[in-house]
Design a protein around this ligand. Structure first.
Ligand code: AMP
Length: 394
């Protein structure tokens, strides 16, 4: 009987599950989508199969169906030894992963006002998993925890200080598990101690953020109080002038609607008017669709500005590392972005840049580049599995 670790990531209408052995080899994964909708469905990529879900299926039933599928495939023959949950917001309470107790559940709930779309659904996943495996230790791994090392000058907004004191208004940062993985993986690849590595980590997926890591810890990051701040993303605007709220109010668009537009109708989708998908945008740009080309230009320029900004927090740089669906796969984005940064001494090797994509991380800078540039496929599930085992079996 093989000992296993289960990793759960609940989104508003989705559930991702991954199963690892205790040497951290991935045994299986499953994705349930459109939960709560008529056409809810779930599948496993390997072995490739659909997992039957009832119409309108909720997170709890989807979890049960996924676990049953793992069992039917002979992958889960006994209860897992630990279960790790991705939890989006840990506020200032959690600087590291936490073994889930009633107090921890309460603290996650207390952070829900900072992440109303995410923390409640993360709690649903934890409760459903607790019902299914009441004896198994469960661990919360927070997206924000890695950034709790940010110095005050990097996390404070220039707002009335009481906003921070009374309501916790500050930069928290997200994608922490991915940035942490990138720092450790860069250290491993460059044969340096993890607490001596300095990296700029660009996580570019549908959500995008960039982090400066000095001596292994996060010292600046682009996402803020919420994941809306910073880089241009698939449907999120990233940075805008806050004066926009007042301007649009004058046009009859209220704050709630602006918030929705900034989150769902902006970014690559808003600029191109077509799609938030970088692969499609690149194809359309090549076919002469100007708004798609423009969306890519704005995306890359903003990213370049942020790479420059992250240098303000570093005294040395071991590598600039790209990850996420876009960071790993888009040679075009990497090339355009670094094209803006020649003054800083970045220089890409065009052929290794084109070569590297998913599963083929590696070095893409030219011999004369002042800084190393690398592509590294991220693995947030692996970080969560490791943290789940560490926190539950110290
Ligand atoms: P993620 O959220 O990490 O899955 O990343 C999703 C983003 O990665 C989408 O914008 C995809 O279009 C983009 N992506 C995936 N594969 C490619 C590719 N081969 N070229 C360009 N973008 C890609």
């Amino acid at each position: 009987m093989e000992d296993t670790l289960l990793v759960i990531n609940c989104g508003s209408s989705s559930l991702k599950a991954a199963l690892f052995d205790t040497s951290f080899n991935k045994l299986a994964s499953a994705l349930a989508e459109r939960l709560g909708k008529e056409d809810a469905f779930a599948s496993m990529p390997s072995p490739s199969m659909d997992i039957p879900l009832q119409s309108g299926c909720n997170h709890r039933d989807a979890l049960r169906a996924v676990v049953t599928a793992f069992r039917d495939q002979g992958l889960l023959t006994a209860a897992p030894v630990a279960i790790g949950h991705r939890v989006v917001h840990g506020g200032e309470t959690f600087r590291q992963a936490a073994l889930i107790t009633d107090d921890v559940l309460q603290a996650i709930e207390d952070c829900a006002s900072l992440a109303p779309l995410h923390n409640p659904v993360n709690l649903t996943g934890i409760e459903a998993t607790r019902d299914l495996f009441p004896e198994v230790p469960q661990v919360a791994v927070f997206d924000t925890a890695f950034h709790q090392t940010l110095p005050k000058h990097a996390y404070l907004y220039a707002l009335p200080y009481r906003f921070y004191q009374d309501w916790g208004v500050r930069r928290y940062g997200f994608h922490g598990t991915s940035h942490q993985f990138m720092a450790n993986e860069t250290a491993r690849l460059l044969e340096k101690a993890p607490d001596q590595i300095s990296v700029i980590s660009a996580h570019l997926g549908n959500g995008c953020s960039i982090t400066a890591i000095r001596d292994g810890v996060s010292v600046d990051t682009s996402m803020g109080l919420t994941p809306l701040e910073g880089l241009v993303m698939g449907t999120r605007s990233g940075d805008i002038d806050p004066g926009l709220f007042d301007f649009l109010k004058g046009k009859g668009i209220n704050a709630e609607e602006v918030h929705r537009i900034l989150n769902n109708d902006s970014g690559l989708l808003g600029l191109s008017g077509k799609t938030n998908d970088m692969r499609s945008l690149s194809e359309q740009a090549e076919d002469g669709h100007e708004p798609s080309a423009l969306a890519i230009e704005v995306f890359c320029f903003r990213l370049a500005r942020y790479i420059g900004a992250m240098m303000a927090s570093l005294t040395q740089l071991d590598a600039l590392v790209f990850t996420g669906g876009i960071g790993e796969n888009s040679a075009l984005v990497r090339e355009k972005t670094l094209g803006h940064l020649r003054l800083t001494g970045f220089s890409l090797d065009p052929s290794s840049n084109r070569q590297h994509g998913k599963h083929t991380g590696g070095r893409i800078d030219q011999a004369d580049s002042r800084f190393r540039v690398m592509v590294i496929p991220t693995n947030e599930e692996l970080v969560i599995a490791r943290e789940a085992l560490d926190a539950s079996h110290p």
